[in-house]
Design a protein around this ligand. Sequence first.
Ligand code: LLP
Length: 438
Amino acid sequence: YGTQSINERGHLAIAGVDTVDLAHTCGTPLIVYDIALFRERAKAFKETFKSMGIQSQVAYASKAFSSIAIYEIAQQEDLSLDVVSGGELFTAVAAGFPRERIHFHGNNKSYTELQHAFDEKIGCLVIDNFSEIEMVKEIAEMRKEKMNVLIRVTPGVKASTHDYITTGQEDSKFGFDLKNGQADEAFLQLFNHPYIGLLGMHCHIGSQIFESDAFRLAAEALMSKMISWHEMHNFVCPVLNLGGGFGIRYTDEDKPLEPSAYVKEMATIVLSMTRNYNYPVPEIWIEPGRSLIGDAGTTLYTVGSTKEVPGVRTYIAVDGGMSDNIRPALYGAKYTAVTANRMNEPQSNRVTIAGKCCESGDKLIEEAYIAKTTYGDILAITCTGAYGYSMASNYNRLPKPAIVFCENGEKQLVVRRETYEDVIRLDIPLQKVKWGEK
Ligand code: LLP
């Protein structure tokens, strides 16, 4: 994967940095990002649009991994940013990210979060529902300030992925239904409001999707609706945002296309429909998270106890688990592991990699093939860059891992490891303060 290699010591190296040394210096669990790979993915998306002569914005869906440093890299790569909460917006602002390239999502943005968006004069709000329309209009009118918006719709496309992460089907908590008139109603409420700059439409059909058909159908459905608004109201949407969701390869069973192939598929149908209906080609926006950052991340763990269940399996336990990667327990997600300090030995020993949390379900990989691995070895689980740290918890009061960025043989700590002091920072011992006091 990416710039991973085996160095002269037989260790796994990421972007030229020895992971075993990193694990020993920074401790484990440790999340290591190959930043060159993130940059490469970003460039590939942008290049695809460029080669097709289409204006675009590629927004990094930062729910996949949000931190000040990654926002700085996203800015260097001229990406836009998809944020989904006041917290992500706050982080982006703290990173000095250009506000006009921030897009704010969410099915239940609070009044305070919407005001925050106005305060920061962000690029656009992706409006999800009728109560949000009312709140946005109210804030805009009160402040006499304009806000650009996209209307998020559910195109009625069911993509095959885990049920928890499909979002394009009609029965979804997200967006306005495209087929039952909700999207048209939202359009009518927004399109000629003096303080609303209606840019166009948005959809996101789900995550970790491999079928390009689903993306094409969604693009087609949105384009048709935009064309109908043009026919009925003479309104041209300058922007079409087709979301993210492009699947990546976690194990050899996964067979995704190149991320940009999905984009090409969607853009092709947009181009042909605009040509047929003589509709101006909209700017196409996408918002990939996983396909930008997923395979750039690797988690390093130190191996602890081993347990043999005779005739069944061997458990190898590591010093993290569902607290730093909930995906196997939550979605049955599969990963690949290697023994980072024994890369020249055959990675052919079948084991179950367990975490250290107090739950039987805390298994990171049910069936992993690694070198003969014992206490103190360093285990690397690859492709943990998306939805790992961002969904991490302090379950069992485990401190969250540290994060290191690597590029061209250089390394940099970008998130420090939590300490036990951090873990109890918000606790208030009994009777020290009266109710209502801070
Ligand atoms: N845009 C919107 C509106 C989204 O809701 C999402 C993801 C994305 C873009 C980025 O999708 P991506 O390119 O990363 O697939 N926690 C789950 C994934 C949840 C995805 C939520 N929305 C997981 O670990 O698989």
